[in-house]
Design a protein around this ligand. Structure first.
Ligand SMILES: C[S@@+](CC[C@H](N)C(=O)[O-])C[C@H]1O[C@@H](n2cnc3c(N)ncnc32)[C@H](O)[C@@H]1O
Length: 263
């Protein structure tokens, strides 16, 4: 087991919801943490069962970033093992950049422990490969512009969705009309299938198959306006029946010689 150092902030990806999807490194750190700061709106509280009985637990949904960094910095500077639990992977829509910038400025040591992002949990629960040969070899993780977020015009959903790649749209379940409009402006057929995955891997998970045109209505009917991913693209629509050349008998690579007629 790698060291767990007092006076350090560990920024941990807590995974999409199912507590068994935490990494072993994440679990070890939680077992040793003196202070745990966790995003209670999206992180499963069952993960706190890994913490030692005396650990202090602080929620982050009711605090601003400055406040959160202040709590973590104070904890680390007093010699505590600090665990900051983020939903999914902290590198995706986790405001991690601002936190590590502030920790660096205070010379607080930190380590980032990756987690299972919602995009991979969603692919697992709908049983789709996101990169199917001949369908899509590219995955775009994006969102539409919301009230608080700034999405550069050059990276709007309308411009990205033109590539016909697999597109995973975060943080946009309340903006179904906008998603639908931008997908159609990018050339997606109104009848093209779209998958909505609400709270992937949680007990109340929902999978709703919709279409580009019906997206907003289906989100409303299902009562989904947050904690959902919207997946679009040919690899989502089809179920990946075209075989990858990697496993083709005739295709050899470093670890396997191709089968073929004997010379
Ligand atoms: C603040 S972002 C955090 C993303 C997270 N860092 C990740 O890697 O999955 C929150 C958004 O992620 C998506 N999300 C997070 N957990 C989810 C889950 N279990 N199922 C579906 N979408 C989820 C939703 O789009 C939600 O609005």
């Amino acid at each position: 087991m790698k060291d767990i150092r007092p006076g350090t902030v560990y920024i941990i990806g807590a995974g999409p919801g199912d507590p068994e999807l935490l990494t072993i490194r994440g679990q070890h750190i939680l077992e040793h943490a003196d202070l745990v700061v966790y995003a209670d709106s999206l992180v499963n509280p069952e993960l706190l069962a890994y913490c030692q009985s005396g650990a202090e637990v602080v929620t982050s949904s009711d605090r601003d970033l400055q406040d959160i960094v202040g709590v973590m910095t104070k904890g680390a500077q007093s010699g505590k093992v600090v665990a900051r639990l983020h939903s999914g992977d902290p590198a995706i829509y986790g405001a991690m950049a601002e936190q590590i910038q502030a920790l660096r400025a205070q010379e607080v040591p930190f380590e980032i422990v990756p987690g299972v992002s919602a995009v991979f949990a969603a692919a697992a629960v709908i049983e789709r490969e996101l990169t199917v040969p001949g369908e899509s070899q590219t995955v775009i993780l994006t969102r539409v512009q919301g009230r608080a977020s700034q999405v550069p015009a050059s990276a709007s959903l309308e411009s990205l969705a033109r590539h016909q790649a697999t597109v995973a749209i975060f943080l946009s379940a309340a903006l179904g009309h906008k998603v639908s409009r931008e997908l159609q402006a990018a050339g997606h057929s109104p009848d093209a299938l779209v998958c909505i995955v609400y709270r992937a891997t949680w007990e109340d998970q929902q999978i709703v198959w919709s279409t580009v045109a019906r997206l907003a209505e289906d989100l409303r009917t299902a009562g989904i306006h947050r904690q959902a991913l919207i997946l679009v693209g040919p690899a989502i629509t089809h179920d990946g029946l075209q075989r990858s050349r990697l496993y083709d008998e005739a295709f050899g690579h470093l670890f396997r010689r191709p089968k073929g007629p004997k010379p």
